[in-house]
Design a protein around this ligand. Sequence first.
Ligand SMILES: NC(=O)c1ccc[n+]([C@@H]2O[C@H](COP(=O)([O-])OP(=O)(O)OC[C@H]3O[C@@H](n4cnc5c(N)ncnc54)[C@H](O)[C@@H]3O)[C@@H](O)[C@H]2O)c1
Length: 381
Amino acid sequence: MKILVTGGAGFIGSNLVHLLVSKGHQVLNIDKLTYAGNPRSLADLEGNPNHQLLQADICDPEAMRKAFADFRPDWVMHLAAESHVDRSIDGPGEFIQTNILGTYVLLQTALEYWRGLGDQRSEAGDQRPEVGGQRSEDITSFFRFLHVSTDEVYGSLGEQGLFTEKTPYDPHSPYSASKAASDHLARAWRDTYGLPMIVTNCSNNYGPFQFPEKLIPVVILKALRGERIPVYGKGENIRDWLYVEDHAEALLTAISKGKPGETYNIGGNNEMRNIDLVRLLCRLLDDALVKRPELRTKHLTSDLRPPTSESLITFVTDRPGHDLRYAIDATKIKNELGWEPKQDHESGFRKTVEWYLENEAWWQNILDGSYQLERIGLSEK
Ligand SMILES: NC(=O)c1ccc[n+]([C@@H]2O[C@H](COP(=O)([O-])OP(=O)(O)OC[C@H]3O[C@@H](n4cnc5c(N)ncnc54)[C@H](O)[C@@H]3O)[C@@H](O)[C@H]2O)c1
C-alpha cells in the first residue's frame, strides 16, 4: 500500500514508519520537524526506496495538495500534532494551530483527493489493493483516513471505571482540548462528506525514540546521571501504559481491518500509579547497571553515587489541572479486529530501559541541543 503518514519523525510516528516499511508498504512521511521531530529516529531507513521524508507543515494547504497529488496515497495515517501537555500549558497557540487547523487542512485535502480518486486511478490503470481480504469493486472504497488521538479527550476518571468509545468528551488541558476538537472535525468529515474515517484513542505510550522530556525517559536519564527524579504531586496519578510498538501494530490493524465511521480505543491493560512506575523503572535500571557499572560511572554528574536510583525520587509541585486517572477499555478492538498488546507489565519497560542504555547517541544529541531535562509547564497563565 502507499501510505501517507503525518508526524512520522516523532515518537509514535517513527515507530509506525519502521513497522510499515518492514511490511513492504511505501511511505510518504510528512513532518514539519519541530523540536519533537527527529530524522535521526529514521536514520536506518536512509536510502530505502519505500520511505520518503517530506519536510512540510500540515497547516500549508498548497504543500498538502501537492504531496497528495504527487504520491497518490491509498491510506492516510494522521499523527502530526503538538503532543506535550506541559508545553500546551506554556504555549497553547501552536496546539490550536497544528492540532485543529492542521487537521482541518489535511481533512480538506484528503477529501478533495478522495473525490477525484476514481478518475485518477482509472487513468493510471492502477491495481486495486485488497482490503479486509476482499478486492473492492468500487475504486474509491479502499481509501482510508486514520485519525490518531488520545484517551485524554475523555477527561479524568475516579477510582473506578474505564473509558469506552462511548464515554463523553471532557478534556481539561489545552492539549486534550485541541485533540478533542480535531476528533470532532475528523468525525464530521465522515458524517458530512462520507470521507472513510477511522478514529483511534490511545493511552500513554512508552518505548524507543520517545523525546526525553516525557516521564519515562526523564526518569531513566535522571537516574542514570544520579540526579533528582521529579515526580509530580504525590505520584498518585494513574495512567494506562502501552508499549509503542504495540500501538503501531494497533494502528495498522485499525486501518486495514477497521470499519469506516468507527472509533477504536487502544490500551495496554496496564494501569499504574506514577510513583509505582517510577519505582519499577529505578529497579529495572539498577538491575541493568549491575551488568554495566561503567555506564553508571560514565554518566554521573556529581561525585556522589546514589545508593539506589529510587533514593533520587523527589516530589515536586503538581501540574496545573492534572487529571487523576485514565484507563482504557480496549475490548472493542480486541473482539472486532483481534488486536491485543504483546508486552506485559514489565517486559516493555525492561526493553525501554535497555533501549535508552544502548542508544546514547540518539538522546545525547537531543540533550546537547534544544532540551536539557529542565522542568516546563508550570505556567498557569
Ligand atoms: N505519546 C503518547 O503517549 C500518545 C498517546 C495517544 C495518542 N497520541 C497521539 O499520537 C500522535 C503522535 O504522538 P507522539 O507522541 O509521537 O508525538 P511527537 O510530539 O513525538 O511527534 C509529533 C510529530 O509531529 C510533527 N509535527 C508537529 N507539528 C506539525 C505540523 N504542523 N506539520 C507537520 N508535522 C508536525 C513533529 O515534528 C513530530 O515529528 C499525536 O497525534 C498524539 O496526540 C500520543
